[in-house]
Design a protein around this ligand. Structure first.
Ligand SMILES: [Fe+2]
Length: 304
């Protein structure tokens, strides 16, 4: 028999942190695909429990390497994409969203860490979209005073989610392999209500972009496990160096995220005052409202 060991903080701790442990009933959230674990962290054979949308799900991997997921005695769909195991508690009418760059043979596709954060998945997405915090939270790395201005950029919302283009920001050390400052160009994409990714100019190849994704596994409404996917053009750094750089950045974000209140993301247009740098955040909140998402957010008109 494989080991059966919980891989996450005890449920009691999450209750203490304020997150509802109730199972999700939001049909939009239930019908999405979610990452559960990096494949390179599921040693075969293994069997362990994790949380998804307030439900305990069991991940099993056989000696032959085959992964399966179950909700009690109910088998759940399973996919392996981008180095992660994915599942759904519902019946998605689509596959896991595409990241074509992960199939390019010269890319480094690395899980840079799966980190539990005491906040909602939408707060983690919104923070990832926000360039304005770079000089203050990632000082000397992704930004530095006095170059704090977020230049105007374009945002569109369509069937595939939210897309922010023409984003630019001065960065002292844009990537693990960077040797000096640069104006980084970004494209942000939100292809999933709880997952977000960015395309960022690469320090060595002006024609192609690095890809970084924050693949969120909502454990509860107010607790998230953030899987950090890197898909980079970098033949210099070791995997350990790439992970160390990303975890340094995300560790800085984790502190900020855990101090934001309320933890669920308010969707009412007047809930938090937007500034110019928040165009993508406004578009993201509107998109969640239009989709009818109610899990891990405070819907417009709600008094919760
Ligand atoms: Fe950040």
């Amino acid at each position: 028999m494989p080991d059966r060991s919980p891989s996450l903080p005890a449920a009691g701790k999450m209750r203490h942190d304020g997150g509802s442990m109730e199972r999700c009933t939001d049909p939009v959230a239930l019908a999405q695909w979610y990452p559960l674990a990096a494949l390179d962290e599921i040693a075969a054979p293994t069997c362990h429990d994790t949380l998804l949308l307030g439900a305990t799900v069991t991940v099993e991997r056989t000696t032959a390497g085959v992964c399966s997921v179950a909700d009690g005695s109910r088998p759940l769909p399973a996919r392996t994409r981008y180095g992660y195991l994915w599942t759904s508690l519902g019946d998605p009418d689509h596959e896991v969203f595409e990241i074509p760059e992960c199939d390019e043979p010269d890319r480094r596709v690395v899980n840079a860490g799966s980190i539990t954060v005491a906040t909602s998945a939408p707060r983690a997405v919104e923070n990832f979209l926000d360039m304005g915090h770079f000089p203050y939270v990632h000082t000397g790395i992704l930004g530095a005073e006095p170059r704090t201005e977020v230049l105007d950029y374009d945002v569109t919302t369509g069937a595939d989610g939210v897309l922010a283009t023409r984003c630019r920001f001065y960065q002292p050390q844009a990537a693990a392999m960077a040797t000096g400052g640069q104006i980084s160009e970004y494209v942000y994409r939100v292809p999933h209500p709880y997952c977000v990714m960015l395309y960022k100019s690469n320090p060595t190849d002006p024609a192609r972009m690095d890809v970084i994704a924050l693949l969120n596994q909502p454990l509860t409404e107010e607790t998230v496990r953030a899987h950090n996917l890197l898909c980079l053009l970098d033949d210099v750094s070791t995997d350990a160096e790439l992970r160390r750089f990303q975890q340094l950045i995300f560790g800085q974000d984790k502190t900020i995220l855990e101090n934001q209140w309320p933890r669920r993301l308010p969707l009412a247009p007047d809930a938090e005052m937007p500034v110019r740098a928040d165009h993508s955040s406004v578009a993201y909140r509107r998109w969640l409202s239009a989709l009818g998402v109610t899990y891990a957010v405070i819907p417009a008109g709600s008094t919760a």
